[in-house]
Design a protein around this ligand. Sequence first.
Ligand SMILES: CC(C)(COP(=O)(O)OP(=O)(O)OC[C@H]1O[C@@H](n2cnc3c(N)ncnc32)[C@H](O)[C@@H]1OP(=O)(O)O)[C@@H](O)C(=O)NCCC(=O)NCCS
Length: 341
Amino acid sequence: MPIAPFLHATMETATGGMGTPVAQILSLGSYIPDGVLTNADMEAMVDTSDTWIVERTGIRERHRVGPGDTAASMGERAAREALAKAGNPVPDAIIVATCSAATRLPSTACLIQQRLGLGGMPAFDINAACSGFVYALALSDSLIRSRALRTVLVIASEALTPLVDYTDRSTCVLFGDGAAAAVVGSGGGDGGIRAVRWAADGAEADLIYYGVREDDPDGGRAIRMAGRGTFRSAVTRFINVSELLLADAGWTADDIDWFIPHQANLRIIEATAKRLGVPMERVIVNVDRVGNTSAASIPIALHEAAATGRLRPGQRVVSVAFGSGVTWGGVALEWTGQTSR
Ligand SMILES: CC(C)(COP(=O)(O)OP(=O)(O)OC[C@H]1O[C@@H](n2cnc3c(N)ncnc32)[C@H](O)[C@@H]1OP(=O)(O)O)[C@@H](O)C(=O)NCCC(=O)NCCS
């Protein structure tokens, strides 16, 4: 399997003074819709079973948007929480990671900008599928370290359930809806982003897709996935990028307080953690309750870890993502964000 070259950003020193600024996650917000689809609900829709879904994916339930809820409306709620926790700064840019925008034009970022009553700063979407939050963080990190910007509002929001074919049992059990947001800023003191890796390989574009393709019998109106190939590619990339991030940061697996991977599938997470030598007690898992929320997955997990008091300032975190494209990447950081709801 070819490994694409990585664009690469590594931190130099802690911030302050005249040194290179360090990008930090200053606060987080999240929004998960109330509607729940349990495995029992899935059993009523397709030929599947709770046992099969739990054994193969670890998923027990996922959340579903209600009527009128979109990536923009969920993203707004998550953004309001993150902004409030950071003291309501006016961000220098709004970046939204989503692959499930309700509108092709305008961008979800501009719709959220409007909802927040903000204006003037650049606002745009990134579509890197499940790697979207990592891509947005990587970009924010570069913008902040280069002193182009000081504060970036990063939002990851996905309304995936409207894009799922609930007669396709191999994909419909996997996906859920949700949003999370982070205020990323040039903070003071210790901590922040230590290393970022982001990459893609379009040679595997056929693994997961949504949209019109010539050979698609249903006109591309649902997410399609080659499950086994996706599984193999995800595990390979997760392990590879985790090892690169550890090397970049100068850490070993023992140095990681929390491994917080994209929540696609418990078996992918367990295989990666085992290979890295990180015990599952130091892995944040919520895929059982939210399913795969694509770009929103990592920040929802970060938010949950911080809100439940597990993730504390000064702790070392490695997060890795993989998604359609294929895209992948990750971030190594020392946690600086707020820890309470
Ligand atoms: C989707 C996934 C759980 C399927 O598990 P798998 O062990 O690879 O299963 P396969 O696709 O090979 O299918 C095996 C059998 O299970 C069946 N099956 C698929 N989905 C099923 C379901 N929900 N319930 C019951 N049976 C199911 C298949 O039809 C197949 O039956 P057959 O042998 O009679 O043809 C697994 O491939 C996976 O986790 N892939 C990665 C998914 C992912 O994380 N995607 C997002 C990445 S960002």
